[in-house]
Design a protein around this ligand. Structure first.
Ligand code: 13P
Length: 342
């Protein structure tokens, strides 16, 4: 089916088609600079273009990748042969998406907490992105766990903004990916991560309902329920799967076609193993898939190192991670597959 003629429901379902997930390549200028700093590559418009070009031209990735989230700069850039990135992706059957929030800023009168900005003028920006070829969108809210936080104020203001964005996206013909990310930094237990994630999802789905968002025409992009990264006690993959599923069964309506997890600083292998463990316990009311940034790109970024002669090795590394996450969609990933040739 031609991507540009699909209904919102069809697009949402295609994004979570069996064996497929989403590549998040929507790092903002600041974030991509951090990633490039880690491999000692200068972040310029051309290095950013070249890096995204290598990801998007990876042959066969379309067997595992249903959609790619782009950044404002990237959706306007082109492949080396002059083909605009959205056209290139669409020619492979990959749905172009776009990050539309303007980032998380300090929330007034709430030390340590954030609110995501970007609602002003959003209707007009969404219309332009639709013209540029985007068929889905993403907005990320950030919830921080700490002593006495998150506050109700932070949860509900972020949930309200997410729902306002989602309603506008649907009006513009774009499937909203609703991303409330509870950060897993800190030394909290998995039980505390569970409680905050549950509370966050409750606020988000209450606002989505109140603001008339069609659940059949959206995807949820949440964190998994993990032990805080600095906690002395780390839950294993089976417990992560069990706690994450328990939380989502309670709080995510079955009308939502898919849950596409973010990786959020997990190692690439953990992100794959955790998704696999959840799908091994299926079937579930929704598709359980991935929308990974770091966990899909880390080995490719390192293999590339900014050098044209490494493009092929980087593409192999990306293809390999995409293939393993595709296997995790059906619970058929095994750690032995990590060592198979890419
Ligand atoms: P990570 O998978 O690196 O967390 O990125 C996903 C994303 O899009 C965060 O907004």
């Amino acid at each position: 089916m031609a991507i540009h003629t699909m209904s919102l429901e069809e697009t949402a379902q295609a994004l979570v088609a069996p064996g497929k997930g989403i590549l998040a390549a929507d790092e903002s200028g600041g974030t991509i600079k951090k990633r490039f700093d880690s491999i000692a590559v200068e972040s310029t418009e051309e290095t950013r273009r070249a890096y995204r070009d290598l990801l998007f031209t990876t042959e066969g990735a379309e067997d595992f990748v249903s959609g790619v989230i782009l950044y404002d700069e990237t959706i306007r850039q082109s492949s080396a042969d002059g083909t605009p990135f959205p056209k290139l992706l669409e020619s492979k059957g990959i749905i172009p998406g776009i990050k539309v929030d303007n980032g998380a800023k300090d929330l007034a009168s709430a030390p340590g907490e954030k609110i995501t900005e970007g609602l002003d003028g959003l209707r007009e920006r969404l219309a332009e992105y639709y013209e540029l070829g985007a068929r889905f969108a993403k907005w990320r809210a950030v919830i921080t766990i700490g002593p006495g936080i998150p506050s109700e104020y932070c949860l509900w203001t972020n949930a309200h903004a997410l729902a306002r964005y989602a309603a506008l996206a649907q009006e513009a013909g774009l499937v909203p990916i609703v991303e409330p990310e509870v950060l897993m930094d800190g030394d909290q237990s998995i039980a505390r991560s569970f409680d905050v994630t549950a509370h966050t999802l409750h606020a988000v789905f209450t606002e989505l309902r109140d603001q008339r968002v069609h659940l059949e025409q959206m995807l949820l992009k949440p964190n998994m329920v993990l032990s805080g990264y600095e906690s002395a006690e780390q839950a294993d993959a089976d417990e992560v799967a069990e706690q994450t599923l328990r939380c989502f069964y309670r709080h995510v309506p079955a009308a939502v076609p898919g849950i596409v997890f973010l990786s959020g600083g997990q190692t690439d292998e953990d992100a794959t193993a955790h998704l696999n463990a959840m799908n091994a316990l299926g079937p579930h009311p929704w598709q359980l898939s991935f929308s990974y940034g770091r966990a899909l790109q880390a080995p490719a970024l390192e293999a590339w190192g900014g050098k044209p002669e490494n493009v092929e090795a980087a593409q192999q590394a990306y293809y390999h991670r995409a293939r393993l996450n595709s296997a995790a969609r059906s619970g058929s990933y095994t750690p032995e597959m990590e060592r198979e040739a890419a």
